[in-house]
Design a protein around this ligand. Structure first.
Ligand SMILES: *Cc1c(COP(=O)(O)O)cnc(C)c1O
Length: 372
């Protein structure tokens, strides 16, 4: 289906909040003022109404279907995004004084570790690199066997680093991972994990919502200081309706999940992610150093392609021109994160393969016109 929102079409490569499928926005538009036969908007209805109950139940059902979530796992919807979960995990899965293990692969995992340090002793299992360009192999990790869990970030959104081999679970130590930026972009064996956390604004909806998939035996032992809205036991006992949840974000998430299912599910999302990122990396690799991606090819992200223009540390003049030309093509969100610079093309679930093809063509053309 063509995207008719704007003329001409805007290529949205924002890193989050990110593009939402056109079909999802159309349904939301149709149901915006009057949700079906309720006579009111989703934003105006009680979170305890029959209509909203059906929305949140459908969202959970769809997620369970897409990820094939085993019955002994609970699905929780919470406020606070991914960052809220950086606090929720240590507050729910360990007690004051406990040690926990964190694999640091970039900005997001470091943020998660810093937050956990407010409550627990954090053991960083990886050595501090000069620059984040790869994932240190798990065989080299210094895992504290007393650790209450092992945490990692599946995709580092800012650096463009992603695990392409799943972390092997350590017996007796729940594996916890942040999947915010590659959530639902490939199948996952949920039973390998103690908990999976994700904010929905990149791959599964809009801002304001976090999803937690947690093994039920890990629920119910929060630290005494754990705030109620971060407490998995409270969320679970109240079926994510302890306080007013982010009702509209849950509704948007439901529509997005239905769209993923209609498109062919996670295998199809994975297929598209691979094609999109390969299109970009192929041009970079064949550019004779005009474009440079410093990430170890075995750990390159399928959703955030991060690169420099004109050399390994970028040519300021060329990158400025690149951004100007990209803006003329109606590309949005392609400037790299301020902490790493350069260019970043974010291609989450809603990004059509066609949009990556257009970027690849643009990369070739820009190189042709600007090569010295
Ligand atoms: C965006 C992001 C977050 C933070 O999400 P918020 O909802 O803004 O708190 C956490 N982890 C990863 C990997 C992210 O990409």
């Amino acid at each position: 289906m063509s995207d008719e929102r704007q003329h001409p079409y805007t290529y949205n490569f924002n890193a989050g909040p990110a593009k939402v499928p056109q079909e999802v926005l159309r349904i939301a538009q149709d149901e915006f003022i009057y949700y079906r036969n309720s006579g009111i908007s989703v934003m105006e209805m009680s979170h305890r109404s029959v209509e909203f109950e059906a929305i949140i139940n459908d969202a959970e059902k769809l997620l369970r279907e897409l990820l094939n979530i085993p019955e002994n796992y609970k699905v929780l919807f919470a406020h606070g995004g991914g960052t809220g979960q950086f606090a929720s995990i240590p507050l729910n899965l360990a007690q004051a004084g406990d040690v926990v293990n964190y694999a640091i692969t970039g900005t997001w995992s470091e943020k998660a570790a810093k937050e956990a340090e407010k409550y627990l002793k954090v053991n960083r299992v990886t050595t501090k690199p000069e620059k984040f360009i790869t994932i240190q192999p798990q065989s080299t990790w210094n895992i504290d066997p007393a650790g209450k869990y092992l945490f990692y970030t599946d995709n580092e959104t800012i650096h463009g680093i992603e695990y392409q081999v799943p972390v092997t679970p350590v017996p007796g130590m729940p594996l916890v991972f942040d999947m915010t930026s590659n959530f639902l972009t490939r199948p996952v064996n949920v039973s390998n994990y103690g908990a999976i956390i994700a904010g929905t604004q990149k791959n599964a909806g809009v801002a304001g919502l976090a999803i937690i998939i947690v093994r039920d035996d890990l629920i119910g032992k929060p630290q005494t200081i754990c705030p109620s809205i971060l407490d998995y036991k409270v969320l679970n006992a109240n079926r994510s309706l302890y306080n007013t949840p982010a009702t509209y974000s849950i509704y948007m998430c439901k529509l997005y999940l239905q769209w993923i299912k209609d498109q062919g599910g996670l295998e199809e999302m994975a297929r598209r992610a691979k094609i999109r990122s390969s299109l970009i990396y192929n041009v970079i690799d064949q550019s004779n150093g005009f474009y440079v991606n410093v990430i170890d090819p075995a750990t390159r992200s399928r959703v955030n392609a991060v690169f420099r223009v004109g050399g390994p540390t970028g040519d300021a003049e060329l990158e400025k021109r690149f951004l100007e030309e990209a803006a003329k093509r109606n590309f949005v969100g392609v400037k790299g994160h301020r902490s790493v610079g350069g260019i970043r093309i974010s291609m989450f679930n809603a990004c059509p393969v066609k949009d990556a093809e257009v970027v690849a063509e643009f990369l070739k053309e820009f190189m042709k016109n600007n090569q010295k």
